[in-house]
Design a protein around this ligand. Structure first.
Ligand code: HPA
Length: 278
């Protein structure tokens, strides 16, 4: 397998999608573990399974469907990823972030990214929603930055700025919508680890000390790729479990999926509100 995905491959994948849709999506929405149901509300939906797309990796995690749903939400044309691709499945960073590259080549200016995360901030509880105000690229710090390899000059610069990974205007919008809907919106820093093992108590104490509020196994690479191409990004974490800093409780995938049921309606309200304002 070749190491890096080329612009020609990205365009091949984007073209395959473009041929099947008649709308121009204005937002790409990535749904995290347990948050897939939002895709079922998309109107006039066209479904494109990842397995039917050239160059596309297929998501293998239970609870992840693995398709694009393209249609309308709140009357706005959107492209929804029902099921994302995780690095821990064994794919390269290029494969993990190919969907974001495809969004860029489809001319989509905005990305709304969601995930399930462990609450590291002591006040966070399962079921909470956190507005991601910044991210900690722990995968990148260990040599796994998705921009490694030849730079795609057509999309962005070799050394892209990351001073504003998440869009500040979207912060205000998300806060306003949460308030209108009486949703308590937490805010904080999301750290991306490769997984798939959950964190040890020492990992979690370390994360807390370096300023992390929520931890998960996704999002960070996608946001870097999105910002490389100058997309505006809104990030929301669903807190599915309390990080276990003293080792007294066990974290399971089932717990993560179960919490998704409480989180989905809140995340859905915020996303719908944001789309209305776009
Ligand atoms: N750690 C990492 N990823 C996660 C967690 C967690 O506790 N919960 C959901 N995704």
């Amino acid at each position: 397998m070749q190491n890096y995905i080329s612009l020609a491959q990205i365009d091949e994948t984007a073209q395959t999608i473009r041929k099947q849709i008649s709308i121009q999506p204005i937002a790409g929405i990535i749904l995290g573990s347990g948050l897939n149901h939002l895709a079922d509300s998309v109107q006039q939906a066209v479904h494109i399974a990842y397995r039917d797309l050239p160059n596309f990796p297929v998501s293998t995690v239970q609870g992840h469907v693995g398709r694009f749903v393209i249609g309308e939400l709140e009357g706005k044309p959107v492209l929804v990823m029902q099921g994302r691709i995780h690095f821990y499945e064994g794919y390269t960073m290029g494969q993990v972030t190919l969907p974001v590259r495809v969004m860029q080549r489809l001319g989509i200016p905005c990305m709304i990214v969601t995930n399930a995360a462990g609450g590291v901030h002591p006040d966070f509880n399962p079921g909470d929603v956190m507005l991601i105000t910044d991210q900690l690229n722990l995968m990148g710090m260990s040599g796994l930055n998705p921009l490694m390899g030849p730079n795609l000059d057509e999309i962005g610069p070799r050394f892209p700025d990351m001073s504003q990974p998440f869009d500040r205007e979207y912060f205000d919008l998300a806060r306003k919508i949460a308030k209108q809907n009486k949703i308590t919106l937490r805010e904080g820093v999301y750290a991306g680890l490769s997984g798939p093992s959950f964190e040890s108590p020492a990992d979690l104490r370390f994360l807390r000390q370096i300023g992390v509020d929520a931890v998960g196994m996704s999002t960070v690479p996608e946001v870097i790729i999105a910002r490389h191409g100058n997309m505006r990004v809104l990030g929301l974490s669903g807190i599915s479990n309390k990080a276990n800093l003293d080792g007294s409780t066990v974290t399971t995938h089932e717990e993560v999926m179960e919490a998704g049921k409480v989180i989905t309606p809140k995340v859905e309200k915020i996303i719908r509100g944001v789309l209305r304002a776009l």
